[in-house]
Design a protein around this ligand. Structure first.
Ligand code: EPU
Length: 433
């Protein structure tokens, strides 16, 4: 039996109304959980989203010997002792790509780390070459055996200068953390600039690290000693992808939706694009107010590293384009497998032509009809929820536990509060039914 969502669509009515609160950012929380390995004392982490991925990351640390206590919802104390296993449990790491960021701090503190080729959403090749070359540049020896990697730097890591051929988020974070305990200075050029990276660096600096330039393409880290979390509880920043997904939902189906506890400054690109599609959006310091227009205009979108349009919002945005009057194009530049879900939108009645694996042509406006759907990945899963809300009739979304639950906390209750007809049910998986 797996968890499914049963959604009765509103058939295109703009009747959602109310306030939806954004949780802490998955992709910030996961990295700070990994960063606890850089600390000599207990760290208090707050506003951690209670989702499968963060719970799994804690499991990974516990399995290696960390002491993790859950004080109350979203608040955890973590202590990583000097005696610590250096193998990432394959059972856990294989299910979560983000586990890779743990390799940097573990290698830097303990002089070795081993891990399997990590799993995660099937959205493209997602190679590890930049990790391997980065470890080597910092003086480590990498041995690859079948499906697993063994990395050793018995005398510790040394600062290095490297240029990333791709602006990778997890590579930037892994080496930023590794460099905190390395000897000497590390310079990461063509670093990713996502706000979660600047947030991580700012927090580590508060606790004793010497990182400059995070949030720009050149990050410089001066290596030093273990950090101290005393007097510095960490509060997870708001999830910009969740906020952006609610924004798209509001743009399609809300009389008026208030998205609270978010940071509109992290969503400039989606907000500009939605405005050019004719959506009414008002921003305040920590809130976005959105109203769906009677007609949406077509727009062309192209995903890009931050501050460009995020690949993690590409699928929800494509759902919106099916409801715009005219032709729009979607150009996914980061991951080649991230348009596979469009087939299911076509089955719902959308008119989408794939030009090549990276580009789709969307012709709107088309009426969407409720269907049985199997969510292929986390972000496309939420896009299916949005499509099902806009559609006529009932949709059943399978695979919720392995996709949507990995990234969105209690999403059905929050959606119900703004008027969405959504229920969670246990059903036999679609492939077996
Ligand atoms: N890349 C390489 N070699 C490497 C690593 C990456 O060529 O060794 C390439 C990738 O193939 C890709 C590009 O670099 O073409 C950028 O990918 P990146 O490494 O930045 O992606 P990621 O770090 O694996 C993070 C988020 C993703 C988000 C991307 C892009 C986390 C845990 N994951 O992934 O989030 O889509 O950045 O913004 O932070 C999600 O949350 O659902 C998710 C997939």
């Amino acid at each position: 039996m797996s968890n499914t969502f049963v959604i009765k669509g509103n058939g295109g009515d703009r009747n959602l109304h109310g306030t939806v609160r954004v949780t802490g950012a998955k992709n910030a929380a996961l990295k700070v959980i990994a960063a606890t390995v850089l600390f000599r004392d207990t760290l208090n982490l707050t506003n951690i989203p209670e989702i499968n991925d963060t719970l799994r990351m804690f499991d990974l640390l516990k399995d290696m010997g960390a002491d993790v206590t859950n004080n109350k919802r979203g608040s955890y104390n973590v202590f990583v002792p000097n005696q610590f296993a250096t193998e990432l449990s394959p059972g856990i790491a294989k299910r979560m790509r983000a586990s890779i960021v743990l390799t940097g701090p573990v290698l830097a503190r303990y002089g070795e780390v081993s891990f399997p080729h990590p799993g995660g959403c099937v959205i493209g090749a997602r190679p590890l070459d930049l990790f391997v070359s980065g470890f080597e540049k910092m003086g480590a020896k990498v041995t690859i055996k079948e499906d697993s990697y063994i990395v050793e730097a018995k005398k510790g890591l040394v600062g290095a200068e490297f240029f990333l051929k791709n602006q990778s988020v997890t590579v930037t974070e892994t080496f930023l953390m590794a460099a905190v305990l390395a000897k000497g200075t590390t310079v990461i050029k063509n670093a990713a600039m996502e706000p979660e990276i600047a947030d991580l660096a700012a927090f580590l600096n508060k606790c004793g690290a010497k990182i400059s330039g995070a949030g720009t393409p050149i990050i410089t880290i001066k290596g030093g000693k273990l950090l101290s979390g005393k007097g510095h509880p960490y509060k997870t920043m708001p999830d910009r992808i969740e906020a952006g997904s609610f924004l798209v939902l509001g743009a399609l189906a809300a009389r008026e939706l208030h998205i609270t506890n978010c940071n509109p400054a992290h969503l400039e690109s989606p907000i500009e694009i939605l405005r050019s599609a004719g959506v009414f959006i008002e921003t305040k310091k920590n809130e976005i107010i959105v109203r769906a227009p009677s007609h949406l205009k077509p727009v062309d979108i192209k995903t890009h590293e931050y501050p460009g349009f995020p690949t993690d919002l590409q699928a929800p945005m494509t759902v919106l384009l099916t409801q715009a009057d005219g032709e729009s194009t979607v150009f996914e530049t980061i991951f080649e497998g991230r348009l596979n879900y469009t087939e299911s939108l076509s089955a719902m009645g959308a008119s989408i032509t794939m030009m090549d694996p990276h580009r789709a042509l969307v012709r709107g406006k088309t009426e969407l009809k409720g269907r049985k759907l199997t969510s292929p990945d986390l972000r496309a899963g939420l896009a299916f929820v949005i499509a099902a809300i806009v559609a006529k009739g009932e949709s059943v979304i399978h695979n919720v536990d392995t996709t949507i639950d990995r990234g969105y906390e209690d999403v059905e209750n929050r959606l119900r509060e703004i008027g969405v007809n959504i229920e969670r049910a246990k059903m036999v998986p679609e492939s077996v039914a």
